[in-house]
Design a protein around this ligand. Structure first.
Ligand code: FES
Ligand SMILES: [Fe+2]
Length: 431
């Protein structure tokens, strides 16, 4: 497969979104090697708590063991391969027990018992010291500020080196808590997108599309917001969450993207999230008490709307949202949409996160639904013979590199996609 002929600096061939062989290579060369987000440690607070999760093509289970450590194991019985956890999440008690022949495993994945073991397996290679008798662990597990990641590759950059500048996603979310940490809201939306995973990643920092795709919602929300302000003097923040989508192209051009190595990126802030209402003032006072005025100001003035951890995560840290992709096939992608509470922050501040979750990120909103429709139609177009190339020419030639960061003079530049494909090629062409 000659990948060089499919990816050019300003355009890519449609096959990279549709081809089954390329998808397999993305699994083996990208998703099954990089650090993949498994979940937040508060999803599994007690020993035996588990969450199943997909890393590349591999069904895995994240579990808290009896010593409090979080393990990530293949969800597969070493006897004859049956999946051990059939539910998405739960508590497995003191061990995993296979539903087929009752082999059991400690919470760290090591073998506990085999029925009839001593007699039936005497003289065979199947015994407790044989690693083939345990649930296979992920090669590496690490966490950053409570966010747990695993890599199926024994070698490669550390989690910190992989995240690089994108680490700020987790710092920004946690630093907004007076206690420096967050707790997951233990339900998420799970949506199957009928499109290649790259559509979502490209869309997240595509600052031109909101005022087109989300125009109907943005314009309607702007009208209502105006009327509420006229009648009541001010409008709740949730109107603003929708009305900002109606910003003009010129306004979007002022919203910079920062593009980093490994394909990560940041869309800078464009929403006013610091209204001067009593709730916000009370919350900011808590932060000042915890961190002092200078650090509070530093934390609250980071210019972030989304942080992308390429190739699968979009974190909206100022509103405690996290969306994670689990690719299922060239044209099918599972997305998980989570949100978090800031530990120690007032309930009213959590409500904001919930509004945004329900108004913008839920698949039932007019925002996410309009994006989903674009990506499905995009996939249909790329599967057709109507043309071979996907264009990333918008503001091509204006990209500026300063050290590791690539920016463009215009916020709506497709420098985002160009940077993502740089990373993609690096991953895909290595051994
Ligand atoms: S397949 Fe699991 S115990 Fe037999
Ligand atoms: Fe969108």
């Amino acid at each position: 497969m000659d990948l060089q002929t499919l990816v050019e600096p300003d355009r890519v061939h449609r096959r990279v979104y549709t081809d089954a062989e390329i998808f397999e290579r993305e699994m083996t060369h990208i998703f099954e090697r990089v650090w993949v987000y498994c979940g937040h440690e508060t999803q599994v607070p007690n020993p035996g708590d588990y969450y199943t999760v997909r890393i590349g093509r591999q069904p895995m289970v994240m579990v808290r063991d009896r010593d409090g450590e979080i393990r990530v194991l293949h969800n597969r019985c070493p006897h004859r391969g049956v999946q051990l956890c059939g539910n998405t999440h739960g508590n497995t008690g003191r061990s995993f027990v296979c539903s087929y022949h009752a082999w059991s495993f400690h919470l760290d994945g090591s073998l506990k018992t085999i029925p009839l073991g001593a007699e039936a397996y005497r003289g065979t290679r199947m015994n407790k010291s044989n690693p083939d008798c345990r649930m296979k662990p992920a090669a590496r597990v690490a966490s950053y500020r409570g966010f747990v990641f695993a890599s199926l590759a024994a070698d490669g950059p550390s989690l910190g080196d992989f995240l690089g500048e994108a680490k700020v996603a987790f710092d920004d979310m946690c630093d907004r808590s007076p206690e420096g940490k967050v707790t997951v809201v233990p339900v998420c939306h799970r949506v199957i997108q009928h499109s290649n995973w790259k559509f979502f990643m490209e869309n997240q920092l595509d600052a031109l599309h909101p005022s087109v795709t989300h125009q109907s919602t943005g314009v309607a929300a702007t009208r209502v917001e105006k009327r509420v302000i006229e009648e009541q003097g001010s409008a709740p923040l949730y109107y603003h969450m929708l009305s900002t989508f109606a910003s003009s192209f010129e306004q979007w051009d002022q919203v910079q993207t920062l593009n980093f190595p490994h394909g990560h990126g940041i869309l800078k802030a464009y929403m006013g999230l610091r209204p001067q209402d009593p709730d916000t003032r009370a919350y900011e006072a808590l932060l000042v008490k915890a961190y002092g005025r200078k650090r509070t100001e530093e934390y609250l003035s980071r210019s972030i709307h989304h942080v992308l951890v390429y190739p699968y995560l979009s974190v909206q840290s100022p509103l405690q949202q996290l969306r994670c992709l689990r690719p299922l096939g060239p044209d099918r992608t599972l997305s998980e949409i989570w949100h978090f509470r800031l530990d120690g922050a007032p309930e009213a501040i959590y409500r904001r996160s919930l509004w945004y979750y329900n108004l913008v990120n839920s698949p039932a909103t007019m925002i996410n639904a309009d994006d989903l429709e674009n990506w499905t139609k995009g996939q249909w177009g790329l599967e057709s013979d109507g043309g071979d190339w996907v264009s990333f020419h918008r503001h091509f030639g204006t990209d500026r590199r300063e050290g590791d960061i690539v920016t463009s003079t215009k916020g709506t530049s497709e420098v985002v996609m160009r940077n993502q494909f740089d990373a993609w090629m690096q991953y895909m062409t290595r051994d």
